[in-house]
Design a protein around this ligand. Structure first.
Ligand code: IMP
Length: 418
């Protein structure tokens, strides 16, 4: 049975949660491999809406869930989610947290906000959940990991060491209030007691599941263009979002991955700052935003909306080794008589590119070259209208990848399998 990576092929918010929820029905284990509470997966199942940030979406389907070593976890957000799920009758007893995952501390959240304020007009537009500062401390080898929660003495020591330095930064560099050691240590100890039973050797757990022939989903957060190495740096998140990192982030070998399902909207959205060639000009942007409900799950921010960008998608297919695509929210386009699709970029000197520009300045100056496809202007059902089919087939031809799933509405069952 296969291990399948589900990866965002754009700037995040592609509707991965819904696709994971759907595929989780036939899977045994669902894992998150990177990111933290900056992600917000929305799942609508049995008339209930779930907005999940830390725990893999598979929890709603009652599957074994793993938060891998490559993730960053905010203990209070995690426990809040556990409480919410339990109070709604969903068990979290089969949720497992890697002892190697790093913890987001209150100073990470404070520094994320302070750093963005300081950057002013140059800000990244982060979710202010402490993601960047937490991954930075991991790389600096100053981080606190989930396994540190298992030993109160070690935990206290690590908090003291880290806070002594972080308070200097908060006060002297950012000019904000320092954090109080005793209060913070007590807060974390309360979390530690509750989190301990969730901590497990998740690499071993996933390896055993694969050896037993179980089916494993590896769920990415954010999207390809937010990847720290290959995305639109510096307007990216601080983890590696691409499919190859699913192996590292969970702790299995890359040869264990069988399939890579890329998830893309039938159009594009982006939250935060940074270049966006196909961003829609004029009132159609607002129309797409409202029709698609394009407001951040975590932050509530308005998402910027654009037409489908096949140059960027071609790049995502390459970077992730995407073996098939899920095209979500096709129904949002049902309201347009004509639908532009970007097939190439044009640079200021007139050069046209099929492939994503390797240099940031070219990407900043790239203008979209559109082909306009006819709309279908009718609601979507299992039997797609001819123009909607033509839209999907156009995408397949341009990218040389099959579209295996098509999202036609918010609910779990509104997906057409091809
Ligand atoms: P951070 O991950 O909070 O550091 O934010 C860095 C960039 O990634 C910002 O542009 C955010 O808007 C973006 N980002 C982070 N998480 C998500 C997500 O789940 N969906 C879309 N954008 C995200």
């Amino acid at each position: 049975m296969p291990a399948t990576v589900i990866v965002g092929a754009q700037w995040g918010d592609e509707g991965k949660g819904k696709i994971v929820d759907l595929l989780a029905q036939d899977s045994d284990v669902v894992c998150r491999y990177q990111g933290g509470p900056n992600a917000g997966h929305t799942i609508i199942a049995e008339g209930e809406t779930f907005k999940i940030r830390q725990i893999p979406s598979g929890v709603v389907a009652g599957k074994t869930c793993v938060i891998g070593a490559g993730c960053v976890v905010d203990p209070e957000v995690f426990l809040g989610e556990v409480d919410d799920l339990e109070s709604r009758g969903y068990t979290t007893s089969d949720v497992h947290l890697s002892g190697e995952a790093h913890l987001i501390m209150p100073w990470h959240v404070a520094i994320d906000g302070a750093s963005e304020r300081r950057l002013g007009k140059l800000q990244i537009g982060t979710t202010k959940r402490g993601i960047g500062p937490c991954y930075a401390d991991k790389a600096m080898r100053l981080g606190i990991r989930a396994q540190d929660l298992l030993d109160a003495k070690i935990l206290r020591q690590k908090i003291e060491t880290a806070l002594a330095e972080k308070n200097l930064w908060l006060e002297r560099v950012y000019g904000v209030e320092p954090l109080e050691l005793e209060e913070l240590a007590a807060r974390l100890e309360r979390c530690a007691e509750r989190i301990r039973p969730f901590i497990a050797d998740t690499s071993l757990l996933v390896d055993r599941a694969l050896k037993e022939g179980k089916s494993v989903l590896l769920e990415g957060a954010q999207g390809t263009l937010l990847d720290l190495d290959h995305g639109t740096y510096p307007f990216v998140t601080s983890s590696s979002t691409v499919a190859a990192n699913a192996a590292t982030g969970v702790g299995i070998g890359p040869n264990r991955i069988d399939r890579v399902l890329g998830v893309t909207k039938a159009y594009v959205t982006r939250v935060g700052e940074g270049p966006f060639p196909t961003e829609i000009e004029g009132s159609d942007q607002q129309r797409v935003r409202e029709l698609g409900g394009e407001f951040g799950t975590v932050t509530g921010r308005e998402r910027r909306c654009g037409w489908l960008d096949l140059v960027a998608l071609r790049y995502a297919v390459r970077l992730n080794g995407i073996t098939s695509l899920a095209l979500t929210k096709l129904d949002v386009l049902s309201h347009f008589a004509e639908i532009p699709v970007c097939t190439r970029y044009r640079l200021p000197d007139g050069t046209e590119l099929n492939e994503f520009p390797a240099h940031q300045s070219d990407f900043h100056h790239a203008r979209p070259v559109y082909e306009t496809l006819p709309g279908w202007e009718e609601p979507l059902d299992d039997e797609l209208p001819a123009a909607a089919r033509a839209y999907v087939e156009f995408v397949e031809r341009e990218l040389e990848v099959d579209v295996s799933l098509i999202g036609t509405g918010a609910e779990r069952e509104r997906v057409v399998a091809r």
